[in-house]
Design a protein around this ligand. Structure first.
Ligand SMILES: Cc1ncc(COP(=O)(O)O)c(C=O)c1O
Length: 405
């Protein structure tokens, strides 16, 4: 287990360019990655890292999956972009494949998770407005994360993200996550949609209580509102099912996907059924890039790889292995909790040292991240194996020992 950080001229050079030319939206680790394969990344000095963050849940099929690479290479040599003014065969095929996997009826494709959620919010507002002038309210959860556009920021229940950008899009009620009574009190006839993550990701890897998700479905039905599930992080096999909500037996009216969906290529989807699937007519909504031939070819290859390689089942099996590894670390280092579903897992430490642990793990060649002062999140690619999990746990063990010592 090497213990160093990349100190090459390359890091200094690129950092200089960032300081001068790139807006400071992220605090970045001092590393320039050059190459990735499967669960590993290599920096420009040739140093190898075990990637248990997978580009924040994007590289579900691993870095540079050969079938995704081949599909992208083939497609980009033929046709990259035409716009949504024309029929796109790959888009139609992808919509059919995704809808068939989760009981949805129609898809709208976008480029990012926030845009997929914007489409879902616009469907909800359109149907709400058509039903009654005051049916405009959206119920969302505290500590949620749905994106950074002004619309999705209003339903992202975290003050640190919202505060600089007030006034927010109005008519949003935030309720504490997993508080069924608060949810039932908040949803009424003025509600056009309830939007939730089945497992809160950025909010600390917190799975929904089954009764909370079922209550959301029932309250939405009682009041003629849509149930929207944001599965941008939890979907596409990560939690052991195609969608996390399938483990709960809850079927939403709209589900949003992104991240793992494109096998590393940017693409997102808003999938809907029933009246939500029919809400948009030409002119209501759109995108220049969304659902282009190249992104859809990548996503089709990723969908097929997840199916043919049984990666959802693998996420369940390897998720259990990660969970037991984290349980051992919790016991050894006085942690508080291990929580998550499938390969979306977190170790809640007994003190607010998650950032330091993540920094120490990085120096030792493991990528993870902190989603709270004491919460270390792991989102390994779905192709991870037991030996790599053992390697990751060994590094994390040493990083925690070094940090809390
Ligand atoms: C649950 C969830 N929704 C939405 C988003 C926003 O996605 P994007 O960054 O692609 O806009 C994220 C990103 O982390 C997410 O985790």
């Amino acid at each position: 287990m090497a213990d160093s950080t990349q100190t090459s001229a390359k890091v200094s050079e690129v950092t200089g360019l960032y300081d001068r030319y790139v807006m400071a939206t992220y605090g970045r680790f001092p590393v320039v990655f050059e190459r990735g394969q499967g669960v590993y990344l290599w920096d420009t000095d040739g140093r190898r890292y075990l990637d248990f963050l997978a580009g924040i849940a994007v590289n579900g099929v691993g870095h540079c999956h050969p079938k995704v690479v081949e599909a992208v290479q083939r497609q980009c040599a033929k046709l990259m972009h035409v716009s949504n003014l024309y029929l796109i065969e790959q888009q139609a095929e992808l919509a059919q494949a995704l809808c068939g996997m989760c009981g949805m009826e129609k898809a709208f494709f976008a480029n990012s998770g926030a845009e997929a959620n914007e489409a879902a919010l616009k469907i909800a507002r359109k149907l709400g407005n058509a039903a009654s002038p005051d049916k405009t309210w959206i119920v969302a959860a505290v500590n949620s994360f749905h994106g950074r556009t002004l619309g999705t920021l209003a339903i992202t229940g975290q003050e640190k993200y919202q505060k600089p950008y007030v006034p927010l899009v109005p008519d949003v009620t935030l309720i504490p996550y997993n508080d069924t009574a608060a949810l039932e009190a908040a949803v009424d006839d003025r509600t056009c949609a309830v939007i939730l993550e089945p497992v809160q990701g950025e909010g600390g890897v917190l799975p929904a209580a089954p009764e909370f998700l079922r209550a959301a479905r029932e309250a939405a039905d009682r009041h003629g509102a849509l149930m929207i599930l944001d599965e941008i992080q939890s979907g596409r096999g990560r939690t052991g099912e195609f969608l996390a909500c399938q483990a709960y037996g809850v079927v939403p009216d709209i589900v949003t996907l992104a991240k793992t969906m494109g096998g590393g290529f940017p693409i997102a989807a808003c999938l809907a059924r029933g009246k939500a699937a029919e809400a948009f007519v030409p002119g209501d909504h759109g995108t220049t890039f969304g659902g282009g031939p190249l992104a859809c070819a990548a996503a089709l290859a990723a969908v097929r790889a997840i199916e043919s390689e049984g990666l959802s089942a693998r996420a369940r099996e390897m998720g259990a292995a990660v969970q037991s590894g984290l349980e051992a670390l919790k016991a050894k280092h006085g942690g508080v909790e291990v929580r998550g579903m499938g390969l979306m897992q977190a170790l809640v430490l007994g003190s607010p040292v998650a950032r330091d642990v993540v920094q120490a793990a990085f120096r030792k060649g493991l990528l993870a991240n902190a989603v709270g002062p004491g919460i270390v999140r792991l989102l390994p690619p779905l192709v991870v194996n037991q030996q790599q999990i053992d390697e990751g746990m060994e590094i994390l063990d040493s990083a925690i020992a070094e940090t809390v010592a």
